[in-house]
Design a protein around this ligand. Structure first.
Ligand SMILES: [Zn+2]
Length: 191
């Protein structure tokens, strides 16, 4: 007799081995964990977008000024049109990412979702598998209190750990949210 899932030899009668049964039970237990403790989304705000693309916006304005002062009316319109398309696209992509990215913390697990239509990923991470949580922020993110939240799971090489856990960019009040997460996970943050 062999386990119908992993193929391990069975010592007693049955369909699956002890290990697979334990895993199955754990999974069932995790499925029952549906009480939402905290939901975090990737933030989208126009003012941050404008701040993030400051240099690009300045270049665009300068280019427009040059065109307008050169007297080319149609050229100016074309330049404005091109810039409108570029920014429209950049803002649209950021907005789409923000709408499609979230993590929900339950009592024992976190469920991360990344859904932008063509790409759709869901990751379930058990708290007992979490090694570390931390955030990173750029100078610009800091001004808005935003940051990139990273959740690392055990058994992965530091630095390459992103694939073992998940990351959410541009979350609001990153410091406050990290504290809330630590509380839910029952860990103390090292500062
Ligand atoms: Zn098995």
């Amino acid at each position: 007799m062999r386990c119908s899932i992993c193929g391990a030899r069975l010592t007693k009668e049955g369909d699956i081995c002890k290990n697979c049964y334990k895993e199955f039970q754990e999974e069932e237990e995790l499925k029952k964990d549906t009480k939402e403790q905290l939901k975090i989304k990737r933030k989208y705000s126009i003012s941050y977008e404008v701040y993030k693309y400051t240099e690009l916006i300045i270049i665009c304005i300068l280019a427009m000024v040059v065109c307008i002062s050169a007297g080319g009316f149609l050229e100016s319109l074309a330049v404005i049109g091109i810039f409108a398309v570029i920014f429209g696209l950049l803002f649209f992509i950021d907005k789409r990412l923000a709408v499609g990215t979230k993590v929900v913390f339950y009592e024992k697990k976190a469920v991360y979702t990344f859904d932008i239509g063509i790409i759709n990923t869901t990751k379930v991470v058990k708290y007992e598998d979490i090694e570390d949580i931390r955030y990173f922020q750029t100078r610009r993110q800091k001004k808005f209190g935003y940051g990139d939240l990273c959740v690392y799971t055990k058994g992965v090489i530091p630095g390459a750990g992103y694939f073992g856990g998940f990351q959410i960019k541009n979350i609001e009040d990153v410091e406050g949210n990290l504290k809330k997460i630590a509380e839910i996970l029952g860990v103390t943050l090292e500062q």
